[in-house]
Ligand binder design. Structure first.
Ligand code: HEM
Length: 472
């Protein structure tokens, strides 16, 4: 018995000594995070990780120890070092294994730099602005925007959450599989795919699989992560379609000399479909909700004026206020607001002036980066697109704009997302005023998912009223 006690005491002393001698223990943070990451994990299961980290940054500053081997940062130096040093920054952690599709690694879920850059080479040109701006792609997005508007103006109170998800799904699927993309705004069978991809409760189930991989095969069926059989079938069919448009993503992935087999191509496309629906859909939803508030009518009117005064032929990048409104929406409600975890490379690195040993998990989260630099974003909780119109400080604001991440592993779909958002807002706010519907009961708080977020009650009811200048 005595031997057992001695062993326990020695073990505890070793853990204690190891924790206190690590350079991470010298960083700011609550005392318990020197010894355990349990508080962090608890907050993850409660879906409050983002807020837990944000509160710690507010208390301890731009560097916070979250666990004995995990640190969060908010400074520009840290963002550059972690996500952009050497081009694409540090390698991803195994957390991204959760994003494999059909059990296969995609570009997003490839952890190491080398594998990632090889995959990226295969498809990056499809997401270049020159390809997104092709007439065929633009016409298809504009058609979807018109379908969205006609849906929303048919009745008085309309749930835009639903139709914005349809819009985003139709946009990304047409881009990838043209001419066989989805039309979920118009066809009930395609609408079912939007529902399958959108309505799920899978955060805790995914976390259980991540933290207890050895037990995962024995989990009962109600603990299995969400399935999406209709989407899987659709993606497989698309990966094998006979003559897709030459500028679509799938054409590039299955071309004769492509190193990807059909299964890998299907997995890659399914990933982009998932990446493109909630992000663009929820980003637009939070933004339209905010624009529809009484307090934001001035911004809505200013946006309408710009859209009314520009001809339909004006290129989308020549509407500065439209750009400012979208950026401010993504600043305040980043669709992926949570940490993007990375491993410190071999030998350790100095981040924000502090040495961090190799293998430590480090990250920054857009939610905090966009709110904790009050010198760059004064009154940060306030929605104020005008801040992006001021010449002074614009470079600093752009440098700290982190909604799409940064570096070689930043968002590949950024150009597509921006164009989709611009076209939709142009179609709506050039003609209509939107207001919150009287029967809107849902909560629009940011609700965290595995790394993305969505409006808590997944509903957002608005009224569309035609502007007098348009109807007269
Ligand atoms: C407003 C809309 C969007 C936002 C805010 C957004 C944000 C992001 C962020 C923050 C990342 C990096 C995440 C990380 O490192 O953990 C990312 C990666 C990615 N996004 Fe987006 N995204 C959006 C729309 C899209 C769309 C429309 C697509 C494609 C159709 C897309 C495809 C991707 C892909 C493929 C990656 C992985 C990039 C890589 O690993 O190299 N995203 N996105």
């Amino acid at each position: 018995m005595l031997i057992l006690w001695v062993a326990v005491v020695l073990l505890a002393a070793a853990v204690f000594f190891k924790a206190l001698s690590s350079p991470i223990s010298k960083l700011p943070g609550p005392w318990h995070t020197k010894f355990t990451g349990l508080f962090l994990k608890y907050s993850e299961f409660l879906a409050t990780r983002r807020l837990f980290i944000h509160a710690l940054h507010k208390k301890y500053g731009p560097i916070v120890r979250l666990a004995p081997n995990e640190v969060s940062f908010t400074s520009l130096d840290a963002i550059r070092e972690i996500y952009a040093s050497g081009g694409s920054g540090y390698d991803k952690t195994e957390y991204y294994d959760l994003f494999r599709q059909f059990g296969i690694k995609t570009m997003f879920s490839t952890l190491d730099k080398h594998g990632h850059s090889q995959r990226k080479r295969e498809l990056a040109d499809r997401y270049a602005m020159t390809n997104i701006l092709r007439d065929k792609h633009l016409a298809s997005i504009r058609d979807s925007a018109q379908s969205f508007v006609s849906k929303c103006t048919r009745t008085t109170s309309i749930d835009v959450y639903v139709f914005l998800h349809c819009y985003a799904l139709d946009g990304v699927s047409n881009f990838m599989f043209s001419p066989a993309g989805l039309k979920s705004l118009d066809r009930p069978e395609d609408f079912a795919l939007m529902e399958e991809l959108t309505y799920h409760q899978s955060l805790q189930k995914n976390l259980l699989h991540y933290y207890l991989p050895q037990l995962a095969p024995y989990f009962p069926s109600f603990l299995l992560p969400r399935r999406s059989p209709m989407t899987d079938d659709y993606v497989h069919t698309m990966a094998n379609q006979q003559s897709p448009d030459q500028h679509s993503l799938i054409t590039r992935l299955v071309r004769e000399e492509s190193p990807l087999d059909r299964m890998q191509a299907a997995a890659e496309c399914k990933d982009h479909m998932a990446a493109g629906i909630d992000t663009t859909g929820d980003g637009l939803c939070f933004l339209m909700w905010e624009l529809s508030q009484e307090r934001s009518m001035y911004f809505q009117d200013r946006l309408h004026q710009e859209l009314r005064d520009t001809s339909p032929e004006t290129p989308l990048d020549q509407m500065p206020y439209l750009d400012a409104v979208i950026k401010e929406g993504l600043r305040l409600f980043p669709p992926i607001p949570m940490s993007f975890p990375r491993y410190v490379p071999q030998g350790g690195r100095t981040i924000d002036g502090h040495f961090v040993p190799q293998g430590t998990i480090v990250s920054c989260q857009p939610y905090s980066v966009h709110r904790l630099h009050e010198d760059v974003f004064p009154d940060p909780e306030r929605f104020n697109p005008d801040r992006w119109m001021e010449e002074k400080g614009l470079a600093e604001r752009n440098r700290l704009f982190f909604a799409f991440a940064t570096g070689g592993r930043g968002c590949t779909g950024r150009n597509l997302a921006m164009i989709e958002m611009k076209i939709l807002l142009q179609a709506v706010y050039s003609r209509f005023q939107t207001m919150v519907a009287p029967d809107m009961q849902g909560c629009m708080d940011i609700d965290d998912q595995i790394i993305s977020s969505r409006p808590k009650d997944q509903t957002c009811k608005l009224i569309f009223k035609e502007r007098e200048s348009v109807s007269s």
